[in-house]
Design a protein around this ligand. Structure first.
Ligand SMILES: [Zn+2]
Length: 277
């Protein structure tokens, strides 16, 4: 189906909300590079504190019962015109700078060159480095030239719920900031970045499909955090709606394999990108 220079996504998997889902097939990025920005492996338990875990020397059995072992890894996607960061990591420091800035510099990317920051949700392990504190204690956006895309209801919810899941003070930098685009529901950014609220892992959690020429990258955030969870009927206690997350994972796993999506897994220790090409 063609509407002017706009096409409905041919291999479209979401057709319900047609007008919000228009993908500009004339103008998709010709190619992309994807880099996972691992901040390391951690265990997390009921306290919601992320404790570093050395996969070579530490034993999971020695961590409190119910501890989950996760990687924390934002992704940076480089296109001919954009440098896109998906989620911002824990916000931990590394030799006087943010770890995520260091990780970007390690692969030759200046943090100031990031053009877009896409936020799946605002839990502290995903939004730790939305901002950065200066010497006077004031927060600034950590990606000074980027436009941030945040669901406005997720932000309101974060402020309502607060610690320990959300770091309200640090998130405050987003409020009224001219570089923040407040998303309200589902839609498409620049004709190729599709976002949809799922309300699975958190009430206003969103996921992204990046439509690139010949390829769809899928970032399911914490609705789809690890490869293994895609393959099993697993209902997690930590999700806002665990059953919905499980159902979404099954749906995405099937569609994604049928349509050759590239999955990006934020919390996977071994397989951040699946399938690896
Ligand atoms: Zn989360």
């Amino acid at each position: 189906m063609q509407i002017g220079k706009w096409y409905l996504d041919n291999h479209c998997f979401v057709t319900k909300k047609v007008f919000g889902m228009l993908i500009n097939h004339q103008n998709l990025p010709a190619h992309v590079q994807i880099f996972p920005l691992s901040e390391g492996s951690f265990t997390i338990d009921k306290t919601k504190i992320f404790v570093p875990f050395n996969t070579q020397t530490d034993q999971l059995q020695q961590r409190p019962i119910g501890s989950l072992l996760v990687e924390v890894q934002p992704f940076v996607i480089v296109t001919p015109t954009d440098v896109i960061l998906i989620d911002t990591g824990l916000g931990f420091g590394y030799e006087g700078t943010l770890q995520i800035h260091h990780n970007l510099q390690q692969i030759g990317i200046d943090p100031a060159s990031v053009t877009k920051v896409l936020m799946s949700h605002l839990h502290k392990d995903h939004a730790g480095a939305v901002g950065k504190m200066d010497k006077l204690g004031n927060y600034h956006l950590a990606f000074s030239n980027a436009v941030y895309y945040v669901q406005k209801k997720e932000f309101a919810y974060a402020n309502e719920v607060g610690f320990p899941s959300y770091m309200v003070e640090e998130l405050g930098v987003l409020e009224n900031h001219p570089q923040v685009v407040w998303l309200d529901g589902d839609g498409v950014i620049d004709g190729w970045i599709q976002y949809e609220i799922t309300g699975g892992h958190s009430p206003f959690h969103q996921v992204f499909w990046l439509h690139v020429a010949n390829q769809i990258l899928f970032f399911g955030g914490d609705d789809a955090p690890q490869l293994q969870q895609m393959k099993s009927k697993f209902v997690a206690k930590y999700d806002f709606d665990g059953k919905k997350c499980m159902e979404l994972r099954q749906e995405w796993w099937k569609k994604g394999n049928d349509l050759d999506w590239t999955f990006l897994f934020y919390h996977d220790i071994a397989a951040p990108i699946y399938p690896l090409v």
